[in-house]
Design a protein around this ligand. Structure first.
Ligand SMILES: [Zn+2]
Length: 412
């Protein structure tokens, strides 16, 4: 009888361990999808590769160049070891009657996020470039700021640089010391081949929670996400100098923003925040810019960074544009389309784990093909969900907000 009891307890413990393992294991996490009915009028804007996305963008630009006067369509190459066909593409349509405001849509700063950025840009090009909207507002579209990452499904450039931590005209940025980073370095930059079934990965969540308990979530979030300039193979590396495209975009920004009293940048991103929700992240701003931003995005919840999941970064792209645009009132805004519920503890841990494993796999390789396939799939899903419901919601939310901010921006 006693033996039976012990056996029963052992069985229960084993089942509990199995369940825990299943929940904690890297390969089992998927957030509940959004409840939106997929529609082809939205899905048609999404392409499955960098080349197709760029082609769709170029084709739209050619058509609009025939319709409106004084447009500019061009591109510049981003150098890479084995690829001569990586470009940042630019399309400018000036205000057709008088110059009041310019909206700069930039996307693909984080390569793999470029699919959605391209789709949203494509929708705006196709549905919002009308005589009426272009009367006093000009538009500058920047497609694929990080074409290497876009084409190769990485967030970073070929030099492992996060462009949204690298954007600066001042070299002082690259000497920034992130004092919190060393405390998390062993957790976020593991060495050796990726094995998603290793004890470290199965218990990643517990290890991360251990760190959270010791250092607190805001401190950790800040340490990890702010950017770092000391560890070139580590995650959130901001580089040792400005990447070529950061330098090369500057003359375009200066030239095309000239003469507009108001310039707004909308930088398109995915991956952070609640799945299927469009989050609005402005830069820290004074009261005047805050009031303008609130007016332009009337009725929207703008995340001014006083919430508990707030963190600051160095070398961000919208902040860099602010330095380049000197004669205008400048309004920076980041659109972030959430995918993995990173506002929750489990979502943020799983997002972090995917980021870490992808970087580790890139640097050290994978133990098996199964690991490689799982990590690469999860990484792409994190930044470019395959779900038609998610994609439809991105486009329909973007349509609604574009209609509002164009009207408000015109009325400034
Ligand atoms: Zn991003």
């Amino acid at each position: 009888m006693k033996k039976l009891k012990i056996a029963l307890i052992v069985v229960i413990i084993l089942i509990a361990m199995g369940l825990t393992w299943a929940t904690l294991s890297y390969n089992f996490y998927s957030p509940k999808d959004v409840n939106t009915k997929p529609d082809d009028a939205s899905l048609k804007y999404f392409q499955e590769s960098y080349n197709e996305s760029r082609e769709a963008f170029r084709t739209s630009a050619v058509l609009l160049s025939k319709k409106f006067k004084n447009t500019y369509q061009g591109s510049f190459q981003v150098p890479a070891k084995n690829d001569k066909d990586l470009t940042v593409d630019i399309f400018y349509i000036p205000a057709q009657k008088s110059k009041k405001g310019l909206i700069i849509f930039s996307s693909g700063i984080h390569g793999v996020e470029g699919y959605t950025g391209s789709a949203v840009s494509h929708m705006i090009l196709e549905e919002f470039m009308t005589e009426e909207n272009l009367a006093t507002t000009g538009f500058l579209f920047i497609h694929g700021m990080n074409p290497y990452g876009f084409k190769n499904n990485r967030r970073v450039t070929e030099n492992n640089v996060d462009l949204n931590r690298n954007s600066s005209a001042d070299d002082v940025l690259y000497k920034t010391i992130n004092t919190g980073y060393p405390a998390v370095i062993d957790l976020i930059n593991p060495q050796g081949k990726v094995n998603t079934y290793s004890a470290d990965n199965i218990f990643f969540e517990l290890r991360a929670i251990g760190k959270i308990v010791r250092a607190s979530m805001p401190v950790l979030r800040q340490a990890i996400l702010q950017g770092q300039y000391q560890f070139p193979a580590g995650v959130y590396y901001g580089g040792a100098a400005a990447e070529p495209q950061i330098k090369n975009i500057a003359p375009f920004i200066k030239q095309y923003s000239t003469g507009y009293p108001f310039v707004m940048n909308i930088d398109l991103h995915t991956g952070y925040g609640e799945r299927g929700t469009l989050h609005l992240f402005p830069n820290p701003a004074d009261n005047k810019i805050k009031a303008l931003t609130e007016r332009i995005f009337k009725g929207y919840n703008i995340d001014w960074g006083d919430g508990k999941d707030f963190y600051t970064t160095t070398g961000d792209f919208p902040g860099y544009l602010e330095k380049l645009i000197t004669g205008s009132t400048y309004i920076p805004m980041t659109f972030e389309y959430g995918t993995l519920n990173s506002q929750t503890t489990i979502g943020s841990i799983k997002s972090l784990q995917t980021t870490i494993l992808e970087n580790q796999g890139f640097n050290f390789g994978y133990k098996s093909d199964k690991d490689k396939i799982a990590v690469e799939k999860n990484f792409r899903e994190m930044y470019f969900p395959s779900s038609p419901a998610w994609r439809t919601k991105v486009i329909s939310d973007s349509r609604v907000i574009t209609k509002i901010f164009l009207k408000q921006f015109n009325g400034l």
